[in-house]
Design a protein around this ligand. Structure first.
Ligand code: CP
Length: 317
């Protein structure tokens, strides 16, 4: 594996399968009375969050603690960033406290790439979501969840079709998933109104469509994306009601999907907008499970990038 995880394209197929297999093994820790391994004892993981997060920040913290790493949580709100401190100075301050890994979420696309390439810090850099660019650990946990249900938790995702639906234009989740799904042999299909598909979508890894109803019966999983109104500075669709009518997943549409098809959502969900409550809570939905799988997958990423040893994987602390 490469030193840093900035983009899903940093992973070869072998790397990605190794992360999923390692996560599968580490998931068994959650069923033990003592949910801890000594693997990263003495190592420090810094969660550097310049943007809000619930799932990603908490799951990286839980993952680090389950591997016995020390965790420093940094949130831009209430820090010296509000006094104008730069990314470089903030990162170097945290490095001086002994960070071995920096998990960074930033509103600017490319911030994790800067940290990883500018030699400001020695630590491993893990992208926890940058602007509208990428969110590679989300794509890994999505792949893990799909593999667990549709491939008995083994191998790659060859032959699986996944519709990624909604606000593709502003979605770092969509980009990372398109890359990783293709790497793992699956076929991603981006589905959105033309205004919410990025220029150059034809060069992305996969197919695209403007017609959700046509695509739904053909796929094994559908990943609904949050409509990111906070990133929209223009009118991308006439009304929320019209968006839901054409691109929302509701009970009628769920009936048109294959019996085994999964419903995913990275969260947070706009219930009633891109997905109805009925579908979000249906038997096809794996939304809650995605969050739990996120801990195992992030444990695997930390373990592999920080050089945990295999002999320690079976031991309790
Ligand atoms: N999926 C995701 O990134 O959620 P959070 O913004 O809550 O971390």
């Amino acid at each position: 594996m490469k030193k840093h995880l900035v983009s899903a394209s940093d992973l070869t197929k072998e790397d990605a399968v190794l992360v999923l297999d390692t996560a599968k093994e580490l998931a068994t820790i959650s069923d033990r009375p003592v949910k801890k391994l000594p693997t990263l004892r003495g190592r420090t993981v810094v969660n550097l969050f310049f943007e809000d997060s619930t799932r990603t920040r908490i799951s990286f913290e839980a993952a680090s603690k389950r591997l016995s790493a020390d965790v420093i949580n940094f949130s831009a709100k209430g820090s010296s960033v509000s006094k104008g401190e730069s990314l470089k100075d903030t990162a170097q301050t945290l490095q001086s406290m002994g960070a071995d890994a920096v998990v960074i979420r930033h509103g600017s696309s490319g911030a994790p790439h800067l940290l990883a390439t500018r030699n400001w810090i020695d630590a491993v850099v893990i992208n926890a979501g940058d602007g509208t660019h990428e969110h590679p650990t989300q794509a890994l946990l999505d792949a893990y969840t799909i593999r667990k249900h549709l491939r008995k938790n083994e191998g790659d995702l060859s032959g699986i079709k996944v519709a990624i639906v909604g606000d593709i234009l502003h979605s770092r989740v969509a980009r990372s998933n398109a890359i990783l799904l293709k790497t793992l042999g699956a076929t991603p299909i981006m589905v959105a109104p033309p205004t919410l598909l990025p220029v150059g979508i034809e060069n992305w890894n996969g197919e695209y469509s403007y017609n959700l109803d046509e695509i739904l019966p053909t796929v094994d999983a559908v990943m609904m994306l949050r409509v990111q109104q906070e990133r929209m500075n223009d009118a991308y669709f006439p009304t929320a009601r019209e968006y839901s009518r054409n691109f929302g997943l509701n009970a009628q549409r769920l009936k048109r999907m294959q019996e085994h098809a999964l419903v995913l959502h990275p969260g947070p969900m706009n219930r009633g907008m891109e997905i109805t409550a009925e579908v979000a809570d249906s038997k096809n939905s794996v939304v809650i499970e995605q969050v739990a799988n996120g801990v195992s997958v992030r444990m695997a990423v930390l373990y592999l990038l920080l050089g945990g040893s295999n002999s320690e994987m079976g031991e309790n602390s």
